[in-house]
Ligand binder design. Structure first.
Ligand SMILES: [Zn+2]
Length: 106
């Protein structure tokens, strides 16, 4: 499991429980419309930020990105919800760390 960014997460990232992850995944599916980079990408939510609505998604084997959910409960017009492709394991861990530090600075 040491090759997964769900372990040793930088604060305030955490792994939601099954029910929360189900709600997050449902919201993500609702918000993503045709034309969004995650449309039909089969993305899977791994963890989320505890300080905002950012979630980490796996978009392929060893390939990740961060999505800022809008929680409007309806399809968004691309480029919303805002998506940042973070790339592989190491780049993704750094991106999560940088994101967490941005909250600390507030
Ligand atoms: Zn955040």
């Amino acid at each position: 499991m040491s090759d997964s960014p769900t372990t040793g997460l930088p604060t305030p990232w955490f792994v939601p429980d099954e029910g929360a992850r189900h709600r997050l995944t449902h919201e993500l599916r609702v918000e993503i419309s045709d034309g969004h980079p995650l449309f039909n990408a089969g993305s899977e939510i791994l963890n989320r930020c505890g300080a905002c609505d950012e979630v980490l998604v796996r978009v392929g084997e060893g390939n990740f990105g961060m999505v800022h959910l809008t929680w409007t409960g309806k399809p968004e017009l691309p480029p919303w919800p805002q998506y940042t492709h973070t790339g592989g394991y190491v780049a993704t861990e750094i991106a999560q760390s940088v994101h967490g530090q941005a909250h600390d600075a507030q």
